[in-house]
Design a protein around this ligand. Structure first.
Ligand SMILES: C[S@@+](CC[C@H](N)C(=O)[O-])C[C@H]1O[C@@H](n2cnc3c(N)ncnc32)[C@H](O)[C@@H]1O
Ligand SMILES: [Zn+2]
Length: 417
């Protein structure tokens, strides 16, 4: 536990308001045990909470349009993540492509944040699940894919024109083969006809059991690990479920409890980077886990505190730590000043004297190049050599504190104008 790489640089129960990309960039590597994310689904709608619900004011965009910055992201991904780049090319529309780029950039950070024993659950629906599977395969590798969980529910709204779409998809990947998994049990139902025949033996108390090849006894009444389709957790309903706050796309606590119990232990750290009205943080709190949540909507931070104060958590009352800043990583050791002579010499050799921006490429004498943060510190970028480059004075001025994707887009536009 004393490994500095796994020490989080934020307090337990932190709720961040802001875009999760720069915030995650500023978080220490290998510092979380479980990530659950329920991002916008690319559903082409804008969600808004009904007036007079707890969540009034919550609203988020779920429509996407490809812009120059997105195209520049594709170029950057092409250089560093070839397999992922091929997946982005499979997008059918500009809007899909833009959405996948947005997700890919964030999933790359999540891959860095998980401990080797960790797991990630990506909650999505049929709109993009197949594309997201490919993105996840490219980032984690197919060998680390574990499940496509199908969460079945029944809600109002029906069609007679085709089968009613009443399920979500949750993709589960593990960070390494050393992952943690606890067997959670649910009651055995009569659904599986003839299951009694699997438990032929009956003990003196009348309990049915079977013995597996290794000599273990399994009792029928102990319940069993659910299959990868879950139809025993209902979607929240306005008139019935008191946990419902009216936050658009709020998920049931029971769903999150199942995931958190299976893929973390007490005291472990759960991250939800799209936490909405904080269902994952609340479930984590109930189960004695530590947590951190991020949402771009300030409404989320309010709702977290509201829910922590409510009896959902039982008798425990906790104050969430609210943050809006970009954290600075503390797991990189003591680094020399970013623009020191050694860094400049190293980068000059690596770039062979070329400016990392100019289109077409241009060479400069060392004193005409400036050390630049590829991802600015304000966006969670570090002083680490891996985040540094040399730019000519002009490129550095154009880029300012923005990302390389901005500089590339701007230079491409200028060169084709
Ligand atoms: C599908 S909802 C999550 C619902 C949540 N699981 C719950 O139970 O309440 C998606 C959330 O992502 C947030 N969001 C969208 N883009 C974001 C971004 N770039 N960074 C952080 N949060 C974002 C939205 O504000 C919205 O609350
Ligand atoms: Zn330049």
């Amino acid at each position: 536990m004393s490994n500095p790489a796994s020490t989080p640089n934020w307090a337990n129960r932190t709720i961040w308001t802001g875009d999760n990309l720069p915030i995650m960039r500023g978080m220490n590597s290998e510092s979380v045990d479980l990530i659950y994310l329920d991002p916008p689904f690319n559903s082409k709608s804008n969600y808004a909470a009904p007036i007079s619900s707890e969540a009034t004011g919550a609203e988020f965009k779920d429509t996407w349009a490809l812009n120059d910055i997105d195209e520049a992201w594709v170029n950057l991904i092409e250089q560093k993540h070839r397999a992922l780049h091929r997946v982005l090319l499979a997008a059918q529309t500009k809007s899909d492509k833009s959405y996948l780029i947005y997700m890919a950039a964030r999933l790359l950070e999540m891959r860095r944040l998980l401990k080797p024993t960790g797991s990630i659950y990506l909650h999505c629906d049929l709109t993009m699940s197949h594309y997201l599977k490919l993105v996840m395969d490219a980032i984690w590798g197919r060998k680390l894919f574990r499940n496509e969980i199908v969460w079945c529910y029944d809600t109002a709204g029906r069609t007679r024109k085709f089968w009613n779409k009443k399920h979500d998809v949750i993709l589960m990947y593990i960070q390494s083969k050393d992952y943690l998994f606890n067997s959670v049990k649910v009651p055995r139902r009569n659904l599986e006809e003839g299951w009694e025949s699997w438990y032929r033996k009956i003990d003196k108390d009348g309990r049915r059991y079977q013995i597996d090849g290794k000599g273990y006894k399994y009792y029928a009444d102990e319940g069993r690990l659910p299959n990868d389709w879950w139809d025993d957790i209902r979607a929240l309903h306005a008139n019935r479920d008191k946990e419902r706050l009216g936050y658009p796309t709020q998920k049931p606590l029971k769903l999150l409890q199942r995931i958190i119990k299976a893929s973390s232990n007490e005291g472990d750290l759960v991250l939800d980077p799209f936490c909405g009205c904080a269902t994952a943080p609340v479930a984590a709190e109930q189960l004695g886990r530590r947590w951190v949540g991020i949402d771009i909507s300030p409404k989320a931070a309010e709702l977290v505190q509201y829910r922590l104060n409510k009896d959902e958590i039982g008798t425990l009352l906790h104050k969430a730590v609210r943050r809006e800043d970009i954290p600075q990583r503390t797991d990189l050791g003591k680094l020399p000043k970013y623009n020191c002579k050694e860094n400049k010499q190293f980068l000059y050799g690596k770039q062979e004297g070329y400016c990392a921006g100019c289109i077409p490429p241009e060479r400069f004498a060392m004193h005409n190049l400036e050390v630049d943060h590829i991802v600015s510190r304000a966006e969670g970028g570090t002083d680490h050599l891996g985040n540094l480059q040399l730019l000519c004075g002009r490129c550095n001025r154009v880029k300012g504190k923005r990302g390389m994707e901005y500089l590339r887009a701007k230079l491409q536009m200028d060169s084709s104008a």
